[in-house]
Design a protein around this ligand. Structure first.
Ligand code: MEV
Length: 314
């Protein structure tokens, strides 16, 4: 038997980093997906394969001994094997069209698709349980994960997320995003640790920024509901200032943002920063110009459908 699941990547429209410290965030799914296929094998091993390489471990190997970046998938497989008292192994194959390490939610989407695919060999878990399992798995390599990325990847659409809770945001706004990749690969957990250092050294400033972020997210939410793209763009510009203050931007990202802001409604980092991608808010009136301006400076950029379907299993 084969069980397959697919999950989308994401962009964070507002609230990255601050969401780790208890504020809300607004996220949407994007039209780049990862597909994971699993099957039971007649061998007491868990094997994981992707275009990045392959690993094979005994089903009895303690999870604490596993050092591979595939640890979250082995964690999910071992958990299912234990829960369903299953004596055989599992082979897992990952196929992703989400660029990794650039803030588009590739590792969370892999965890979600793996949770859907592997659990599907034994049972049909409700999406809420898939999110919980994916968060547990993601935390084996990134302890401080807020859960925002796995939640949007599971449910899709546009959501407001905070402290494990989320609400879908219904939008009639006709907007698109231009995504530009700095091609600087980052480690989310390292950038999150850097922000923690900033927080320790600048406690009152950080707490003030969290308050401002909370107000900004309310304003952004209202702008989406009221179809006010100009106001939403201004919120992005403001959010970028807070991200700069906590030290997750850099010269290359700022240059890209400056170019994108010439024609778009607003632009900012998306995801952990330190590298990765920026997003620029556009509609039909300025999408081409924004893409052209970035391409002319040789930045890798594209547009994507947003708010696409979350996890699906087949
Ligand atoms: C990473 O996509 C978003 C961060 O806020 C981390 C997290 O929410 O887990 C930087």
């Amino acid at each position: 038997m084969k069980s397959t699941a697919s999950a989308p990547g994401k962009v964070i429209l507002f609230g990255e980093h601050f969401v780790v410290h208890g504020t809300k965030a607004i996220l949407c799914s994007i039209d780049k997906r990862v597909t994971v296929s699993s099957k039971i094998i007649n061998d007491k091993k868990i094997t994981v394969k992707s275009n990045l390489g392959q690993i094979s471990v005994s089903i009895l190997e303690p999870i604490s001994k596993i050092k591979s970046s595939y640890k979250p998938f082995i964690f999910i497989a071992k958990k299912m094997i234990d829960e369903f008292n299953h004596g055989e192994g599992i082979s897992i194959e990952i196929d992703s069209s989400i660029p990794s390490g650039v803030g588009l939610g590739s590792s969370s989407a892999c965890c979600v698709a793996a949770a859907g695919s592997i659990s599907g060999l034994f049972t049909k878990l409700p999406k809420k349980q898939i999110v919980d399992l994916s968060i547990e798995a993601e935390k084996t390599i990134f302890e401080k994960a807020s859960g925002a990325d796995t939640t949007i990847s599971t449910f899709g659409g546009i959501i407001e997320y905070g402290m494990g809770e989320f609400h879908p945001i219904k939008s009639k706004m006709n907007f698109s995003l231009v995504i530009a990749n700095s091609t600087i690969i980052h480690s989310t957990s390292k950038v999150v640790s850097k922000v923690n250092e900033f927080k320790k050294k600048n406690q009152s400033e950080f707490s003030e920024l969290c308050k401002q972020e909370t107000k900004l997210i309310q304003k952004a939410h209202d702008s989406i509901k009221n179809n006010d793209i100009v106001s939403l763009g201004k919120c992005m510009v403001e959010n970028q200032k807070y991200l700069q203050k906590i030290g997750v931007s850099n010269e290359k990202l700022q240059t890209m943002i400056t170019i994108a802001e010439k024609s778009s409604f607003g632009a900012k980092i998306t995801g952990a920063g330190g590298g990765g991608c920026i997003i620029a808010l556009v509609n039909d009136s300025n999408i081409d110009e924004t893409l052209e301006n970035l391409k002319r400076q040789n930045y890798e950029c594209f547009t994507t459908k947003i708010g696409v379907e979350g996890l699906n299993t087949f």
